[in-house]
Design a protein around this ligand. Sequence first.
Ligand code: ADP
Ligand code: MG
Length: 290
Amino acid sequence: METEQATLAQQSAVAPVELEIRDLHARIDDKEILRGVNLTVRQGETHALMGPNGSGKSTLANVIMGHPRYEVTQGEIHFNGINLLELSPDKRARMGLFLAFQYPSSVPGVSVGNFLRRAMEAKRDGYDPHASETPSGEAPKRRGMPPAEFRKLLNEKMKLLKVDNTFVNRYINEGFSGGEKKRAEILQMAMLEPKMAVLDETDSGLDIDALRIVSEGVNALRGPNMGVLLITHYQRLLNYIHPDIVHVMYKGRIIRTGGPDLALELEQKGYEWLTGESVDDADESPAPTK
Ligand SMILES: Nc1ncnc2c1ncn2[C@@H]1O[C@H](COP(=O)(O)OP(=O)(O)O)[C@@H](O)[C@H]1O
Ligand SMILES: [Mg+2]
């Protein structure tokens, strides 16, 4: 398979990076949730993944991230030609895959600025398949990011995203509103300049402020070098972020893929139009409890 790998490496030098999901099946406990997901997102494209509550959208995000609670029973995920399922979440990130909520929510006393600095240093280390895992909590290796350079980049990104200077001195877990969490997340994304970002806008508390921060941020950052998989329960988010491609997930599968018009059509006709049965309107109802 060496030839195949060499070919992939050559391709990646020219071709856009792809996140390629093939026939993905995953379960939590004994419950099969993803039941054959096929999806390819390329660098430079923005895809929206929609669907009624309970369809498996967040499960897909969690599996892409490598959440240990989900078991992949079948199928593959490749990123830039590399089998993601064999990599730790940390390595996935260092390959240029961005997933929201990468910050350790249980570690107090870390400022936004410090957190971003660590994230940048980890990124600079890149992905080395032979490196051993760094246990969490260990002092980060300080490599290749002089403070002045970090500052300059940070200032640039804060300006781009219209983030207040004082924001980076705030402690990341202390009394952050939904909007501020989103701001930290988007700023992290801006700093890391990922090849692919997976954003799960799952929070039922996605208020107007948070909505604006996410959409302005994504629109400022999207471009030929970044692919976006925007998972949303909220049709109205797509009034602010215009996707190139829209997918609808239902019962663990993608049941329809189309252009931006698909989102508009869904808005008018509701999910029943595609599912053929009554479903909860994702825009109005909380997740069903079974
Ligand atoms: N941690 C979990 N434990 C048990 N069931 C879960 C868990 N996470 C998700 N599920 C179930 O998986 C299904 C899909 O959920 P989810 O991926 O959150 O859907 P969506 O994001 O599309 O609303 C739902 O039926 C949900 O109840
Ligand atoms: Mg969800």
